[in-house]
Write a protein of this length. Sequence first.
Length: 334
Amino acid sequence: MILVTGGAGYIGSHCALALIEQGFDVTVFDNLSTGHLKTIETLKNISQNNFEFVNGDLLNSEELDKTFDSGNIDAVIHFAAFSQVGESVKDPAKYYRNNICGTLNLLDAMRKYNVDKIVFSSTAATYGEPVRIPIDETHPQNPINPYGFSKLAIEKIMDDYDRAYNIKSVRLRYFNVAGADAKSRLGEWHDPETHLIPNILKSTFANSKTFRMFGTDYDTKDGTCVRDYINIEDLVQAHLLSLEYLNNGGKTDFFNLGTKSGNTVREVFALCEKVTGKDISVETKPRREGDPALLVADNTKAKEILNWHPEKTLEDSIKSAYQWEKNLQEQING
Ligand code: UDP
């Protein structure tokens, strides 16, 4: 049994789906604070009795204990966390309590029930302002917001829990995750939505807000920020490979998940126009606080050690995201 925390959210649900389809027994543990019950229903419908859902909170140790007690859990994939940078600056307490204390409870339940393998959803935000591009895993980690710091603290805690209690971890540092399930059963569904691709696509529907482009005066080829967009299905594969790696006795380690190539906001916007076949209106706005000009991953380590081979293009991600967004709009508007 694999325990997936945060499996009702964007990345966690796609990972749970991949595990279910590979025949793993999966328990999703999620408090539905940002995830969706509808997502859980979708997973349940796809599964063949190899899926369970626990509506639980990591801050509640009793709920965790109950889940571990009844679960026969072999390994944990841990997504459950708050993840909005801006909100973390305004309310750091919320981020430190939920992300760090929640993970401590999870790790302590693992100790108690002798579960010794965890794959953790970390982030490029642990690096902070880049000092070199592309960013490899030896790049200094100096996060510039509480969200990034909460994830870095967990990475450090995981090192200590390996040394002291022999819990092995793989920390996956995501760059910009994009796209949706190719069959459009799941997709990105945040409320409010802050990410670039869904915001551009949402703006193409009736009664929606005009897309706002933040910052056109960066020192990049067209003045807008460069990001490394990694497809959700490729990203999820790295989690399955990490499980395999740990099952084969792999040591605690950490890997960047990105494509090693970057695209500007304007390039993403142009691709969205191509995929949707629409002229999309845009308002240019000042820079959004805390956005570095360039973030691109060196993904060599994950390729070499995990044998990971991301295959999908940015256009693939935008196409699947658009299909999903159309479904979502139909659900919302009837
Ligand atoms: N962005 C934008 N308009 C939006 C959302 C994002 O111009 O509505 C820009 C943002 O300023 C950044 C890039 O798109 O330069 C990627 O932002 P996103 O929030 O998707 O990911 P982040 O890199 O912040 O994790």
